[in-house]
Design a protein. Structure first.
Length: 305
C-alpha cells in the first residue's frame, strides 16, 4: 500500500472519529434541551398545586419517565464514545434528581420536589455552555482540510494513470461538496456559540426578573449583544426577533413589571426557536459530512483494490 493511501486511511479514520464525537456532543446538547422543555418546565408548572392536584401528580409521573429516558440516553452516549467521566459527570447529578422526584411523588414531599427543581435548574443553567464549548473545540479541530488534500493527491495520481475516470469524477464531486460543507459547519458552530452566550445571559436575567432595577441594569448588557446580532443577519427571523425585542424594551422603559414578564417569556421563546433551527442545521451538516467521507472511502478503495 502506497504512503498516500496509508495516510489517507489515517486521515479518514481521524476525520470520522472527530465527526462522530461532534455528533455525540450535539446529542448531549439536544438532550439538555429536552430536559429543559419536556421535563423541567412541566415540573415547575406543577409545583404550585403540589401535592393537592391529582392531575398534577400524574404529570409529574410523566416528567419522571422523561427524566429517566434522558439519563439513560446520556449514559449510553458516554459509554459508546468512551468519553472521560468529566464530560458527563452532570448525569450523576441528574440521577439524584430522579431519586428525589420519585420520592416526592411517592411520599407527596414538597421538599423533595424542590430539591429536584434545584438540581435540574443547576444543570440546564450551567452544562449547555460546557457542552457547547466541546462542540466548538471539536468542530474547529476537524482534520477535514488534511483529508481533502490527501484525497486530492490520490485522485491526481490516479488521473495520471487513466484509472476509472468516471469514478474519479464522482470522487471530485464529493471533494467539492466537502470543501463547501466544512465552512458551513464552522459558520453554524460560530452562530451556535453566539446564541448560546445570549441564551445563558437570558437565563441569568430571568433569575432576577422580580427585582426590577437589577433586571433593568442586566438588560443593558444583553442589549449590546443583541444589537450585534441584528446587524449581522438579514433573514426574516431577525425582523420578528427585533420586534419582540423592541416590545420588551418598551415595557422595560415604561417600568411595566407585569408586561415585562409576559414579553420576556415571548422573547425567550423566539430565541429558543432560533437555537432549535441552528441545532437542526448542525445535526444535518454533521450527518452529511460523515456520509460524504464514507462514500469517498468506498469509491477510492474500489478504484485501488
Amino acid at each position: 500500500m502506497s504512503p498516500d493511501i496509508t495516510y489517507f486511511h489515517a486521515d479518514f479514520k481521524a476525520a470520522c472519529e472527530e465527526i462522530l464525537l461532534l455528533e455525540c456532543y450535539k446529542e448531549f446538547h439536544d438532550l439538555l434541551h429536552k430536559l429543559e422543555f419536556q421535563c423541567y418546565s412541566s415540573i415547575v408548572r406543577e409545583v404550585r398545586q403540589f401535592p393537592n392536584d391529582e392531575t398534577g401528580r400524574e404529570m409529574l409521573k410523566d416528567s419522571l419517565l422523561t427524566l429517566e429516558q434522558i439519563i439513560e440516553e446520556s449514559n449510553v452516549l458516554g459509554v459508546q464514545h468512551n468519553l472521560p467521566n468529566s464530560d458527563f459527570i452532570w448525569i450523576k447529578e441528574l440521577e439524584k434528581s430522579k431519586v428525589s422526584l420519585q420520592q416526592a411523588i411517592e411520599e407527596l414531599d414538597i421538599n423533595s420536589l424542590n430539591f429536584t427543581i434545584y438540581i435540574i435548574n443547576q444543570t440546564i443553567n450551567n452544562i449547555p455552555n460546557l457542552v457547547n464549548t466541546k462542540i466548538s473545540q471539536v468542530a474547529f479541530s476537524l482534520r477535514v482540510s488534511s483529508f481533502i488534500d490527501r484525497t486530492t493527491s490520490i485522485l491526481n495520481s490516479l488521473t495520471n494513470k487513466n484509472i476509472n475516470s468516471e469514478k474519479i469524477v464522482y470522487c471530485q464531486d464529493f471533494i467539492d461538496q466537502l470543501s463547501k460543507l466544512y465552512p458551513s459547519l464552522c459558520y453554524v458552530v460560530k452562530q451556535h456559540d453566539e446564541w448560546q452566550a445570549i441564551d445563558w445571559r437570558l437565563r441569568q436575567i430571568e433569575i432576577i426578573i422580580n427585582d426590577f432595577y437589577t433586571f433593568k441594569s442586566a438588560w443593558v448588557s444583553l442589549k449590546s449583544l443583541m444589537d450585534l446580532q441584528f446587524v449581522s443577519y438579514e433573514e426574516d427571523w431577525v425582523t420578528d426577533l427585533r420586534k419582540d425585542f423592541e416590545k420588551l424594551e418598551s415595557v422595560i422603559l415604561a417600568e411595566d413589571e407585569v408586561s415585562i414578564k409576559k414579553n420576556f417569556r415571548s422573547y425567550r421563546r423566539r430565541i429558543s426557536l432560533r437555537f432549535y433551527k441552528l441545532d437542526k442545521d448542525l445535526k444535518k451538516i454533521c450527518s452529511n459530512l460523515r456520509t460524504i467521507c464514507e462514500q469517498l472511502l468506498s469509491i477510492i478503495l474500489g478504484i485501488i483494490i
